[in-house]
Design a protein around this ligand. Structure first.
Ligand SMILES: [Fe+2]
Length: 256
């Protein structure tokens, strides 16, 4: 039976633990470089500019499952704010000029998640989330992705149950993910969940699919009914083509 790792930040130690396994919580090895970044000399030049990337479909394209109003607030206000704050925070620092993904990885600090980590990770997470959906999505994957899901979770239905459970039980704000764990000898797919802005990039996972379970993601359409939002996401919105393409990329990167 597949194990669902709960990827949770343990604040006092800043490590990722797995409370889902029996016995003491397992510490996942930190495999990405960590550095602290200090401001460079005074500069008034604004050279760091991440753009707010639009979803790959019109803002009304996911209706009736995700409303235009939700997209207008979620992308047009929340996501926009993360990008704007990040641009302000990295001006004049050594983070300036790095890719968004690199900023997430190198700014992840033990138990001390600084504002630019949170904004960079949230900017990255939201790009990834919009691209995890498509109009007319849902259904079932095919090909190698389906084969791997069936191998690692027992069945597609079992995977869906595990993913829904991770998303529903993430206490407070956070994310649930399908991820490719490349460090294992037997590389495999796993369901993980993360708190606030943390994402699998900070560990040895390649993210393949995510759902945003911050309340701002679903309150306008579903109020407090998070499980209904999660079911709608899985049944009507997931872009399995995007997930398959990410799996292909992850396998190439993992082989390097
Ligand atoms: Fe969000």
């Amino acid at each position: 039976m597949a194990t669902s790792l709960n990827l949770t930040l343990f604040p006092s130690q800043g490590v990722l633990v797995n409370p889902g396994l029996p016995g003491p919580a397992r510490t996942l090895p930190r495999t990405k470089p960590q550095r602290r970044f200090l401001r460079k000399g005074a500069s008034n030049l604004i050279t760091a500019k991440f753009e707010l990337k639009p979803p790959p479909y019109p803002l009304n394209a996911l209706e009736p499952h995700m409303s235009q109003a939700t997209l207008e607030f979620h992308w047009g206000k929340h996501h926009k704010t993360y990008v704007e704050n990040l641009n302000k925070q990295i001006v004049g620092t050594e983070l300036e000029g790095l890719s968004l993904e690199d900023i997430v990885v190198v700014s992840y600090n033990k138990g001390d998640l600084l504002p630019y980590f949170n904004n960079a990770a949230q900017a990255w997470n939201h790009d990834f989330f919009w691209e995890s959906m498509k109009p007319g999505g849902g259904g079932k994957p095919s090909g190698e992705l389906l084969d791997l899901i069936e191998k690692d979770f027992g069945s597609f239905d079992q995977f869906v149950e595990e993913f829904k459970s991770a998303a529903a039980t993430q206490f407070g704000s956070g994310w649930a993910w399908l991820a490719y764990r490349a460090s294992e000898k037997d590389k495999k797919l796993e369901v993980v969940k993360s708190l606030n802005a943390v994402n699998p990039l900070v560990s040895d996972y390649f993210p393949l699919l995510t759902i945003d379970v911050w309340e701002h993601a679903y309150y306008l359409d579903f109020q407090n009914r998070r499980p209904d939002y999660i079911s709608t996401f899985m049944e009507k919105l997931v872009s399995w083509e995007a997930v398959s393409a990410r799996l292909e990329k992850a396998k190439v990167q993992a082989a390097k």
